[in-house]
Design a protein around this ligand. Structure first.
Ligand SMILES: Cc1cc2nc3c(=O)[nH]c(=O)nc-3n(C[C@H](O)[C@H](O)[C@H](O)COP(=O)(O)OP(=O)(O)OC[C@H]3O[C@@H](n4cnc5c(N)ncnc54)[C@H](O)[C@@H]3O)c2cc1C
Length: 483
């Protein structure tokens, strides 16, 4: 076996890349493969983000892999617990030697003549470029820019006399004990940071331009913990996972079919959490329908508790400019702080910033169409893992990895070299691959692949439908063209 040519190269050693390698090893065991990881560690998201309280907001029974039970009591897990789970997965599956760290892939070029990909890779701390080739390319590079998050151009930011700390670059020993903090934003990161910092800060203000839907859910899953006492881990995990998949789908369906009633229910839950004395209309009622943007989940009401006891508060206003002592708001109010945390979101980045070239022509992602939410029209021997936006990411990552193995096995069995989803007469709609209206998605619409109007070109965001198409549907479906 050559060490510069592989059957499969996987880009990224986060949840998706590690999972894809496990599937490959188990279901397509004769394939040679390697994982190329740009950073010095595995884990992706869960290694990068180090801010206080970093945790999942979906449950680990669905954010965990189908093949590896989550055994901790907490269903909502913190960053270190997720890293421990991933480290175990790597060890149990002997992947240590398969991951090549400090390898940032910058360009992948497909040649139909050779039926293979050539990857250009920057090796960290070295000026040389490594070249590797593979028959099949599996992108597990996540969806955002690892170098920097999104930071709006706030006026006079440099006049602020305190510290500005971005959640994506959290300093290791930041001391915020007894200090006043402003967290700008109302997304998943802000609602995690606020209760966590409020434990020792003198006060934390969550400054939002507009409210987000926030719901409390139990930090542990009572049914899962009870089942584990009576059933083997694997079965208990399966039952809890199925229950959570179905509950999430049911809630999403209800939210989309009865948005007014669902919205009223969510807002009433916040009212019940906080009690009297809070402006629910102004600070907790979003202008959009539930699931137009991701709903933020907080474990065991932690955010509401610190707002209620006064250690944190919510301000809904627009920023006029930064001042030496804090922030001047459009309303004229001044907020003072020692530390400002702009939890203003991610900067979406497709394909890990790589350039993709097919037979000498650079690919414009915005002109491609998604196929089964796992590859792109006209790009041969290529998979792209993009998880759900309305459920746990890993549910779709698992299905994608399983489907790639089915494709590879089908090709092996029939002596085929290439597979390409061909758009044919199907016309793509102009809807983007990801259908949320969140800021990080709308800012990058032009760079996102489009969806078609019906399967297999439609990205369902629906686990049961994807299960039917990806796990049980025909690989040779008349759309995927083999040579
Ligand atoms: C703070 C935060 C909380 C989240 N919470 C949840 C949650 O609760 N539930 C949920 O479902 N989702 C959540 N998400 C989404 C989350 O990103 C996914 O759940 C999941 O971790 C994505 O895994 P991944 O492996 O696909 O991507 P990532 O975790 O982003 O990993 C991608 C890996 O690919 C590497 N890479 C990228 N480009 C290249 C390149 N060109 N060359 C080499 N290597 C490259 C990166 O270095 C990284 O290690 C959260 C995201 C964030 C930022």
């Amino acid at each position: 076996m050559s060490d510069t040519h592989f059957d499969v190269l996987i880009v990224g050693a986060g949840i998706s890349g590690i999972g894809a390698a496990c599937h490959l090893q188990k279901k397509s065991p004769d394939r040679s493969f390697a994982i190329l990881e740009g950073r010095k560690n595995f884990g992706g998201t869960w290694d990068l983000f180090r801010y206080p309280g970093i945790r999942s907001d979906s449950d680990m029974y669905t954010l965990g892999y189908a093949f590896k039970p989550w055994k901790e009591a907490e269903a909502i897990a913190d960053g270190p617990s997720i890293m421990k789970y991933l480290a175990e997965t790597i060890e149990e599956n002997g992947l240590q030697d398969k991951i090549r760290y400090g390898r940032k892939v910058t360009r992948a070029s497909w040649s139909t003549e050779e039926a293979r990909w050539t990857l250009e890779i920057n090796i960290e701390d070295k000026s040389e470029i490594e070249i590797l080739t593979c028959n099949y390319l599996s992108m597990c590079s996540g969806y955002y820019n690892y170098e920097h998050g999104y930071l709006p151009d706030f006026e006079d930011m440099d006049t602020f006399g305190g510290q500005i700390v971005h959640p994506q670059h959290w300093p290791e020993n930041l001391n915020y004990s007894g200090k006043s903090v402003i967290v700008i934003g109302s997304g998943a990161t802000a609602v995690t940071l606020v209760p966590s910092m409020a434990k020792t800060a003198s006060h934390v203000t969550m400054l939002q331009r507009s409210p987000t839907y926030i719901v409390s859910r139990p930090g542990d899953d009572k049914l899962a913990n009870w089942l584990r006492k009576w059933l083997p881990n694997y079965f208990a995990y399966k039952v809890a996972r199925t229950k959570n998949v179905l509950m999430t789908m049911l809630m999403f369906k209800l939210a989309r079919s009865k948005p007014k009633a669902f919205k009223a229910r969510l807002i009433n839950m916040v009212r019940d959490e906080l009690g009297p004395g809070f402006d629910i209309e102004k600070d907790y009622t979003p202008s959009y329908d539930p699931w137009d943007q991701r709903i933020c989940a907080v474990p065991d009401s932690d955010l509401f508790k610190v707002i209620k006891d006064g250690s944190a508060s919510v301000v809904t206003d627009h920023i006029e400019r930064f001042t030496k002592k804090g922030i001047l708001l459009k309303s004229g109010e001044q907020l003072e702080a020692d530390i400002i945390v702009p939890a203003t979101g991610l900067s979406l980045q497709t394909l890990g910033g790589m350039t993709l070239v097919v037979d000498g022509e650079e690919l414009e992602l915005g002109k491609t169409t998604n196929y089964k939410g796992m590859t792109l029209s006209g790009v041969p021997n290529f998979a792209w893992t993009v998880g759900y936006t309305n459920a746990s990411w890993t549910l779709k990552a698992d299905l994608t990895a399983d489907y790639v193995c089915r494709l590879l096995n089908h090709m092996e069995k029939h002596g085929l070299k290439t597979c390409t989803a061909q758009l044919g007469a199907e016309t793509a709609s102009q809807e983007p691959l990801l259908d949320l209206k969140s800021g990080y998605i709308t800012r990058a619409l032009a760079d996102l692949p489009k969806q078609g109007t019906k399967p297999p070109w439609r990205n369902h965001q629906n686990y049961v439908s994807d299960l039917m198409h990806l796990k049980f549907g025909r690989v040779d479906d008349g759309v995927m063209e083999f040579t």
